[in-house]
Ligand binder design. Structure first.
Ligand SMILES: Nc1ncnc2c1ncn2[C@@H]1O[C@H](COP(=O)(O)OP(=O)(O)OP(=O)(O)O)[C@@H](O)[C@H]1O
Ligand SMILES: [Mg+2]
Length: 370
């Protein structure tokens, strides 16, 4: 699979410059750490890292993609049970078949070939625990990956972190890997640092992914184009990295598109950047869709942060108010807190900025209006 394949990578030779992270991840699995978090903003390569390592280690794993859950609104613990059961086919055959034999006996689950059908209304909470216990008993070690786990914060009437703590304490053959692109929200779900939280005092590992440096980004593009028999001029690589920073997902996207068109000019960078901006606007719109009332204020703050590039709490506050009128301080604090938790805004040493260069460009443009 080439570097510019858009799907998450599953093979070490396709994963550029992640040796350190692979080492850390491998050590987590080998040390049988019960819980680990893989953190990084959107498109930093979390899913690729996890899948590549697990394929390489040949450890049985269940891969649960929380983006398959209903995208808005409240969820129930039954939604989680359903998605867990639906993800069992991601296991390697031998392990899968053993779990299938067990699942066949459960009311509400039917098996046709490798497909599983579930009638959620028939599934009980006890079913969830007994399936997890079965998973625990089937092999020496099994990994459950919950990709984009912050989505589970929408489960109402049940604290999913209690379930994680239960797995941690009692299901010793399971390693739970949670990934999150909205890091603050994932920490909130786990109630990190809260002495009353069920996971409090239970150590877990974290791997934080970072963007590539400009030099590495150029090397990545160069190698990816060479794989496709293309030889890009240096200015093209530099310009691309200037626009996209070292975000591997954006670099891969641009590489893929340029390989389709086989041209290296300034116009093509602009064209692809426009497409990328439209994608990041859609993601932002999704986030704003259940904040209908405050939309204007959210956008004023984001657009201001994009224009100012780096702003203090006060600078951002004044400039946003100049755009949309008075914003009460508590509201302003709440909004920037939510934006930081969701990863649209970052705060470093009291300075706020937009971490994604593509979203920043989009916010400065007329593509999204207050
Ligand atoms: N180290 C890498 N080398 C080559 N390609 C990579 C690398 N990491 C990620 N990619 C590519 O970048 C894109 C994003 O990767 P991936 O989906 O793994 O990231 P992610 O952090 O899970 O993103 P998201 O937050 O959108 O789920 C994919 O096209 C993937 O193939
Ligand atoms: Mg992912």
């Amino acid at each position: 699979m080439p570097y510019f394949d858009l799907r998450p990578k599953r093979n070490r030779k396709d994963l550029f410059n992640m040796e350190e992270e692979i080492k850390e991840f491998t050590s987590i699995i080998k040390r049988k750490v019960p819980l680990a978090l893989i953190l990084g903003l959107k498109r930093y390569g979390k899913t690729s890292l996890v899948l590549t390592c697990l394929e390489e280690l040949k450890i049985p794993y269940i891969y649960i993609d929380c983006r398959l859950l209903p995208s808005l609104g409240a969820l129930s613990i039954n939604d989680f049970t359903s998605i867990l059961i639906e993800s069992i086919p991601t296991l390697a055959r031998k392990t899968r078949e053993r779990i299938y034999r067990y699942l066949e006996k459960i009311e509400g689950i039917t098996i046709a070939g490798i497909k599983l059908r579930i009638r959620p209304s028939k599934i009980k909470f006890q079913t969830l625990l007994s399936i997890l216990e079965k998973i625990n008993s089937i092999d020496e070690r099994i990994v459950i990956v919950i990709d984009e786990a912050q989505e589970l914060r929408r489960i109402t009437r049940y604290r999913i972190d209690s379930l994680f703590a239960y797995i941690y304490d009692h299901l010793e053959n399971i390693t739970l890997i949670l990934t999150g692109s909205q890091i603050g929200l994932l920490y909130k779900l786990l109630r990190k640092g809260n002495p009353e939280a069920p996971l409090y005092g239970r150590a877990y590992s974290e791997i934080k992914l970072k963007p590539f440096t400009p030099k590495l980004s150029i090397k990545f593009l160069q190698k990816g184009f060479n794989e496709q028999g293309l030889n890009p001029p240096q200015w093209f690589l530099e310009k691309t990295v200037e626009k996209l920073d070292g975000i591997v997902g954006w670099l891969t996207y641009l590489g893929f598109k340029v390989c389709e068109k086989r041209r290296f000019d300034e116009k093509i960078i602009e064209e692809i950047l426009k497409e990328a901006m439209a994608m990041s606007i859609m993601e932002l719109e999704h986030f704003l869709s259940n904040r209908y009332q405050a939309r204007k204020r959210y956008l004023a703050i984001l657009k201001t942060a994009a224009i100012l590039e780096n702003a203090s709490w006060n600078e951002l506050y004044r400039a946003a108010e100049a755009k949309v009128g008075r914003i009460p301080k508590p509201t302003y604090n709440k909004i920037i807190g939510n934006l930081v938790d969701a990863g649209f805004l970052t705060k470093k040493e009291k300075i706020y900025s937009i971490p994604d260069p593509v979203l920043k460009e989009a916010l400065k443009s007329e593509l999204i209006k207050i």
